[in-house]
Every structure is written in structure tokens, then in C-alpha cells.
Design a protein around this ligand. Structure first.
Ligand SMILES: [Zn+2]
Length: 117
């Protein structure tokens, strides 16, 4: 059910953004989702279709850009993509989680403003 509320928030933010532009139609909305955000893409898509009914976003395509989690190694000060054992590929020290991978935000919204371009 987590995604239900998350999707509601997402739609609210998008609607606020679109208030200014007043597009004829919304074509697609691109959302960045980190792998540690706890958000499941399929659920997000599922609720998006349901919750956008009757809104300006109805019929638009939800594009999800996945971001990998990055770990930080204190020993050699490097950022690396999460490994299974959390070990730094360079020096084999234990890395720690960073903010990379917890993303959840709207990157862009593609609209049709009706002038044919
Ligand atoms: Zn290292």
C-alpha cells in the first residue's frame, strides 16, 4: 500500500507543476526511483493508472528511471555501485550506504501544448 500514497503525492506535485503551464495534454512523466527508495515500479505504474483517472495526467505514460544504490568507502574515499557483500571493489573495505539510491522525484513532464510542435 506504500506505493498508493507515494503515487498520490507524485500526482499532486505533477498537477501543481502543470497548473502554470496548462497543457492540452500530458504525454509522459519521467520519475527517478532509487533502488533503496522502497518503491516497486510495477506498483507505482499500477496506482498511477488508477489514480490519474479524471486528472490532467490521465492517459499519460509513466516512465521510470531507476537509479542504482552507491556505497561510499571510507578507506579509499570512493563511491561504488552496491555489491552483494558491500565490499569496496578497490580495497575490499566495507562500504556504507549513501543517499544515492534513495531518490524519488519527477525529472520531467512532457506535454502537448496544442500548437503542433
Ligand atoms: Zn575502498
Amino acid at each position: 500500500m506504500h506505493e498508493y500514497y507515494v503515487t498520490q503525492q507524485l500526482i499532486k506535485i505533477a498537477e501543481d507543476e502543470l497548473k502554470e503551464i496548462k497543457p492540452k495534454k500530458v504525454l509522459s512523466i519521467k520519475v527517478v526511483v532509487g533502488e533503496l527508495s522502497g518503491i516497486i515500479d510495477e506498483s507505482l505504474k499500477f496506482y498511477f493508472d488508477i489514480l490519474t483517472k479524471g486528472t490532467i495526467l490521465e492517459g499519460s505514460k509513466l516512465e521510470i528511471v531507476q537509479k542504482k544504490a552507491l556505497l561510499f568507502c571510507n578507506s579509499c574515499q570512493s563511491l561504488f555501485e552496491r555489491t552483494k557483500d558491500f565490499l569496496c571493489p578497490k580495497c575490499k573495505s566495507l562500504g556504507k550506504l549513501t543517499e544515492h539510491g534513495r531518490e524519488f522525484y519527477i525529472e520531467s513532464i512532457e506535454v502537448d501544448d496544442g500548437d503542433g510542435n
